[in-house]
Structures are given as structure tokens and as C-alpha cells.
Design a protein. Structure first.
Length: 729
């Protein structure tokens, strides 16, 4: 099996001329029938499998496919994409008249009239047929006519992309060793809120399996319509030629380039052609080509992402060593690992994975990666380092939920979505420890990791991020379990060791005494919360912060009683002591699940039926009768209803449910948490559709304050399409 995975001769990811021609034929048919989206799909498929050195009627097949796709993109008004495809064709075949012609059309549509005229003039010189020449001349006339019109379309190509201005501000951080957590980061100076602390490129990164067809395999951004496939295999896809070159394939050199045009061009045009080609080829590759050893074989698609990531680490380490004249193949990244905490089955799995990976790499690297006990045990260690140090590259994007059109236009609710696009190892980023109440925030722009202080951090305080679980997101027991399973430690952060409001209410039931706002907990929660009051000997003794007003309000007994006999009894209200039958409350909650679940799946499919909606509304009332008003299930139900009402165009009710959901989340996460910012984006977009200008202004100022705290000046780069974040709505 390993041989099948590793051998290029059995690879399914190879190029195939016959399939490429078949896809091209289908693309041509769709194009002539006006079916642009399928034509685009077929040409892209053809490009994925087209060998680089096949000629069709004297022209390179890949260049023809790029030009054909450029024609479809032009029809779809995707002019920039069309322009890029023409340039790609020209980098393969400089004297391709049709590619210059299409480039001219794309430039003209983008308002780049001077370039368009030059493109068409080059095309005219290179065109052999009389009818072709006449066609180009017609187009030139049209453009020259357009050139004197006053309503030029905007010059999109020349628009500068918003630049990222935030800089690291000379903050001095230090790595210290602690008894409980191993190494960790602290600051040597006071750090103001929102300060950017850290920016880092990954040592190695790999795309998530579920994003392989939708995101760039190098920078992880969403793939545009003009996808660039790897020139040597049909697996890897890129958003640009630049990313493809950085990532590298088996054979980096693209086609035999025909630099001299062989045509008698005027000096001006000759220079123009040279500048266009130079722009395409002028990529200075400094990065390690991380796809090279995986190109054209099956194993990267078949093995789990963390194994492929380990392969990239090993290969990079060896290449770097080789570059600096060292011969050692001992991969030493100086990261912690969880091997000793793994159970025997998981260890066995790591050993088997290591053997498979090394055998696959061995096919490419031969004796540089020998398959012996030494290298296997190193690989096992590397995998157990990846287990606890790799970070998910989570990209945020805004998506619109569009309701039916009305006289006031479309109803839209913008939601902020998170996409787990990749997994990576950041060597310095791996030195930050975890807290369920973090004081720093991590995010990614493309594959760059950024870390920013979200609170004021005093000199010497630990800088801790969240590995995933956070107070407000999950209850204490769930957080502990997840951290133990994934990172092999028992969390004793402030959130897990001190009473806090969120952990008390997040899964709580309401007190059946109607006048009481206290919480009732079941036994799964009481054990953990009890532990915070009377810590086990293995834990550090903690002071229970009784002064917390919110905690006192819902759990008066905990706040007022002193001494060691404060206890949390399951089923009894922590405020008035009333006994509540949790079996009955649980039965009520269970009954609602079906309706809330049905609403959720309808939302996923983008439709919403009136009957489901009214049943879900009744379910919300039942939930509220059994659960504490700040239970997270209530917030989720409110949110689903907000989305559903938006879909059917009832914006007032959509806004009310959205506000109700945010009110609960504020209690669980705190007012300034990023989750609140994301939810406020949804609320502001509904308010915008309702024309509530004053409310939008208030929401916008809150969003700006939360987003600046978490993303600083990177906000624009992260949310370029969220229009109400801009001042000029
Ligand atoms: C990404 S590493 C962090 C750096 C690590 N402390 C070191 O010495 O290299 C993750 C590991 O650090 C330890 N760790 C991180 N946060 C912790 C915490 N709050 N309490 C205890 N151990 C923690 C765990 O062993 C975890 O598997």
C-alpha cells in the first residue's frame, strides 16, 4: 500500500493529455452554448490535468486553455482574472496573437486603455490571417473611440490594495520557565491594550482536507475564478502564479519559453512585450518549496494532514541543513511533546504513521532520509510535538444571508464565519501557554500569525492565548476535557480555578420559584464548581472572589456563607435554596431539541418554512421555562430565530431575536469579547436593512472598538467587504 502511495507511476494525480482534451472539448461546447459557469469549470479541470509540453495545432495546450478561460472570464465580467490568464498564456508562449488580443480586451474593460491599445497592436503584428487582422483592427477602433468618452470605467487594475500598516512596536518579550506549565512568554514592560506583539511566518503549513478544492494551497486564501494549478500534478491549486511558484512543484521551470517574439515590432512595442513578460516572471523565490516532494504522488491526499505536515517539517529541516553544509538528519525543533501522556494505542498509531511517512519520503530523498530505528523514533517525537504545538490557521470572512427582495431592497444579515483553512507550526508562537480567559488574541492574515494584547498586561505577567476552549464558549468540565485530551494538561487558569458567572449560568436551569433569578445546576456541573470553592489538594488553593456581583446575584449562598461548608448541591437553587426537579426540566429541554434542530438544518439549506418557524418559537418559550435566562442554549435558539426571520424578510423580529441572543452572550463572554463583535456585525446589517441609522451608528462604534482591540489596523484587511465598518455608509 505504501508503495502505491509513494510511487509516481501509480499516482492518480498525474497529468493526462487525453482527459485534458476531453475537458477542453466540453468547455468549448459550453462556451458556444453560453453556459459560462460550466465552461469555466471544464477549462479549469483541463488546466489541472494538461501536461505542460503538449502542442495542439502548433500551440501549447496549457496556453490555449488559459486563453480560452480568459474568454469565459471576460464574458463573466471578471476582467482582472481574464487579464491574469492572458498573461499566464503569454509567459508560456510570447508570440501567441490571440492571448495579446484577449489581454487587450481585458485591459480595455478595466479602463487601462493605453495598455489595451499596445496589447492589440502587438496582437496585430503577430496575427497571420487577414480576417484576424481585420477583427483586431475593429477592436482597436472601438477602444480608441472609447478612449475619448468621459465616463471611463474605474481603472481597477491600477487601484492599490489597502496596505497593512500595523507594525511591531519594539515590545520586549521573554520566554520563562514555570513549574506548572513549562516554558511560557512574559513581557518585560507594560503592554497597552491592542498592542501588536508578534508576527510570524510558519515553519511549515498544510491546507485542511476540506479546503483543498476551495482555498489556495500556499497562502490559504479563497481560490478566485482563475485558479492556477500546479504545472506538474493535478492536486495542488493556487490563487496566483506567485503562490504556485513559492509552493513549488516537482519541476519549477514552466514551458520552454519563447522570449524573442520573432516578429518585427517597433522599439516601443518590443519594450512593452519585454516588460509584460518580465512582470510575470520576475518572481524572486526565496521560500522553501514545500510542495516539491509531494508533487505527483498520492500520499499527501491519503494521509492525515498532521502526517503530511510532519513530512514538510522533516524535508525543510534537511534542506536547510544541506544549505548550510550540515549533514545531520536529526530534526530538532526544540518543542514540547505529549508522547509520555499518550495511551498505548495512540503511541502505536504514531509509530505506524512514522514508518509510513518515512517510507514515502524515502522514495523522494533516498539515503538522505534513511528508514531506521533512529529516524523512526525522531519522527514519532516530531508527531507528538505537532500534536501539542500545531495551530489551526483559522481565517475569518464575512458572508451574507440574503432574504427576499422588497421595496426597500434585499434584506441581508452579514455573518462573520470562521474557516479552518490549514494547520501550521510556528516555532516562536508555540511558546505561548493557554488560558481559558486569555489576555492575548491570535489571528491570521493569509498564513502569517499575528498576536495582539487584548487587555493591558503589566510587566512580568504571563502572556496567554486560548488554544480553543474559552470561558463563555464551553462549561468548565468541557474545557478541561478538551485540553486534557488534546494538549495533555489540566488547566488551572483563573477561569478554571475561580468561580465565575459564565461557568455558573452557561448550562444552568432556572429556579422554579418565579420571583428568583438564581441558578440550579446538575451534577455534571456541580462537581467542577464545587472544586473551585474547595480545591483538591493537587490544585493551588484559590481565593473565591465573593465580591463578584453577578455571581452573588445568581448564587447568593456561595457569596454569603463563609467557611468550608459552602457547597453546591445539584437540583437546589443556589440563590433561594428551592428544590427543582431537573428530570422534568431536562424532559422539557429534550422535547425542544427536535424543533430547534430542524430550524438549524433548514437554515443550513437556506430555506425556512413558516410551520418550522412557529414550532421553533414555541420551543424557545419551553426552553425559557426550564433553563436559566443566560443558558447558552437559549442564546443559540434566539440566534437561529434571528437568521430565520431575516430569511423570510421579517426584519423587526430578526433584529429582536438577534439582540436577545447578544444580551446573553455578553453575560457569558463579557461585553468586549470578539464573539460579541462578530454578532454585532449581524445586528448592524439587519439595522441597516431596516434603515435604523442611529442604531447602526451605535452598533458600528461598538464593533469598531471591539475589532480594533482584537485586530488593530488589520481590520480593513480582514473584513474588506463589511460596508458598515466604513465611515461613509
Ligand atoms: C504550545 S506548548 C506551549 C509551550 C510549552 N509550555 C513549552 O514548554 O514548550 C503547549 C504545551 O504547554 C503546556 N501548557 C500550555 N498551557 C498550559 C497551562 N495553562 N497549564 C499547564 N500546562 C500548559 C502543555 O504541556 C501543552 O501541551
Amino acid at each position: 500500500m505504501v508503495e502505491d502511495l509513494a510511487h509516481t507511476s501509480t499516482s492518480l494525480s498525474f497529468k493526462n493529455e487525453e482527459s485534458a482534451l476531453e475537458f477542453k472539448f466540453k468547455g468549448n461546447n459550453c462556451f458556444s452554448n453560453g453556459d459560462n459557469s460550466n465552461a469555466l469549470r471544464f477549462y479549469t479541470q483541463a488546466l489541472r490535468v494538461a501536461p505542460r509540453d503538449v502542442d495542439v495545432m502548433g500551440k501549447n495546450l496549457v496556453a490555449i486553455l488559459y486563453v480560452n478561460r480568459a474568454a469565459v472570464l471576460q464574458k463573466m465580467c471578471l476582467f482582472l482574472e481574464s487579464l491574469r490568464d492572458c498573461s499566464r498564456a503569454l509567459s508560456i508562449c510570447t508570440s501567441y496573437s490571440k492571448a495579446w488580443y484577449r489581454r487587450g480586451k481585458a485591459n480595455s474593460s478595466l479602463g487601462n486603455y493605453d495598455d489595451a491599445v499596445r496589447d492589440l497592436n502587438v496582437s496585430l503584428c503577430m496575427e497571420h490571417s487577414l480576417s484576424g487582422k481585420q477583427h483586431i483592427e475593429g477592436e482597436l477602433k472601438l477602444i480608441l473611440g472609447q478612449n475619448i468618452r468621459e465616463d471611463f470605467p474605474p481603472n481597477v487594475n491600477k487601484c492599490k490594495e489597502s496596505s497593512v500598516t500595523d507594525q511591531l512596536q519594539g515590545i520586549r518579550l521573554q520566554c520563562v520557565k514555570t513549574e506548572m506549565k513549562g516554558r511560557g512568554m512574559v513581557s518585560l514592560t507594560d503592554i497597552p491594550q491592542a498592542t501588536l506583539l508578534h508576527a510570524e511566518e510558519p515553519y511549515a503549513a498544510i491546507i485542511s482536507k476540506n479546503c483543498r478544492e476551495s482555498h489556495c494551497h500556499f497562502c490559504f486564501s479563497e481560490l478566485p475564478a482563475d485558479i492556477v494549478p500546479c504545472p506538474s500534478c493535478s492536486m495542488a491549486l493556487y490563487c496566483s502564479q506567485l503562490c504556485q511558484i513559492h509552493s513549488g512543484g516537482k519541476d519549477q521551470q514552466f514551458h520552454t519559453k519563447n522570449h524573442g517574439t520573432g516578429f518585427d515590432l517597433s522599439g516601443d512595442l518590443e519594450n512593452y512585450v519585454a516588460s509584460v513578460i518580465k512582470e510575470i516572471e520576475g518572481v524572486n523565490i526565496k521560500k522553501f518549496a514545500e510542495h516539491k516532494h509531494e508533487c505527483g504522488v498520492n500520499w499527501p491526499a491519503a494521509l492525515p494532514a498532521e502526517i503530511v505536515l510532519a513530512g514538510r517539517v522533516i524535508v525543510k529541516f534537511i534542506e536547510q541543513n544541506r544549505h548550510s553544509g550540515k549533514t545531520s538528519t536529526i530534526v530538532n525543533l526544540d518543542l514540547c511533546h505529549n508522547y509520555l501522556q499518550l495511551d498505548p494505542e495512540s503511541r502505536l498509531e504514531l509509530h505506524i504513521s512514522s514508518i509510513v511517512l518515512l517510507k514515502c519520503l524515502h522514495y523522494f530523498y533516498g539515503s538522505d532520509i534513511p528508514l531506521n530505528g533512529n529516524t523512526i523514533s525522531q519522527c514519532v517525537m516530531l508527531l507528538s510535538q505537532i500534536n501539542v504545538n500545531s495551530m489551526a490557521i483559522v481565517l475569518v470572512r464575512s458572508a451574507d444571508l440574503v432574504g427576499p427582495p422588497s421595496s426597500a431592497g434585499n434584506h441581508t444579515a452579514s455573518t462573520v464565519e470562521q474557516v479552518r483553512a490549514g494547520q501550521a507550526i510556528y516555532l516562536a508562537g508555540s511558546l505561548y501557554n493557554h488560558s481559558c480567559q486569555p489576555n492575548i488574541h491570535t489571528y491570521f492574515l493569509s498564513r502569517t500569525l499575528y498576536i495582539r494584547a487584548i487587555d493591558f498586561v503589566a510587566a512580568g505577567d504571563p502572556l496567554e492565548l486560548s488554544y480553543g476552549p474559552q470561558v463563555g464558549q464551553w462549561s468548565c468540565d468541557k474545557r478541561q476535557l478538551s485540553l486534557k485530551e488534546q494538549y495533555a494538561f489540566v488547566c488551572s487558569c483563573t477561569g478554571c480555578s475561580q468561580l465565575n458567572f459564565s461557568d455558573l449560568v452557561i448550562n444552568s436551569f432556572r429556579c422554579l420559584n418565579q420571583t428568583c433569578s438564581g441558578v440550579v445546576l446538575d451534577s455534571s456541573v456541580t462537581n467542577y464548581e464545587q472544586e473551585k470553592i474547595n480545591p483538591f489538594p493537587c490544585r493551588l488553593p484559590q481565593q473565591v472572589p465573593l465580591e463578584l456581583d453577578d455571581v452573588k446575584r445568581v448564587a447568593r449562598f456561595l457569596g454569603e456563607e463563609t467557611g468550608s461548608n459552602r457547597s453546591i448541591k445539584p437540583g437546589f437553587c443556589l440563590s433561594c435554596g428551592n428544590f427543582c426537579n431537573l428530570e422534568a426540566s431536562n424532559a422539557v429541554v429534550k422535547k425542544t431539541e427536535i424543533w430547534i434542530g430542524r430550524l438549524q438544518s433548514l437554515l443550513d439549506s437556506g430555506e425556512c418554512l413558516a410551520t418550522t418557524l412557529s414550532n421553533a418559537l414555541r420551543a424557545l418559550d419551553s426552553l425559557k421555562s426550564a433553563l436559566h435566562p443566560y443558558n447558552k442554549k437559549v442564546a443559540e435558539a434566539e440566534d437561529y430565530l434571528a437568521q430565520a426571520f431575516c430569511l423570510i424578510g421579517d426584519l423587526q423580529r430578526s433584529r429582536d431575536h438577534c439582540q436577545a441572543s447578544i444580551k446573553i452572550l455578553e453575560k457569558l463572554y463579557g461585553d468586549d469579547h470578539i464573539v460579541i463583535g462578530n454578532e454585532m456585525v449581524k445586528l448592524a446589517s439587519i439595522q441597516l436593512s431596516l434603515g435604523e441609522e442611529h442604531a447602526v451608528e451605535e452598533s458600528r462604534s461598538r464593533i469598531n472598538s471591539i475589532f480594533s482591540r482584537h485586530y488593530g489596523s488589520h481590520v480593513d484587511a480582514m473584513f474588506p467587504h463589511v460596508r458598515f465598518l466604513k465611515r461613509d455608509i
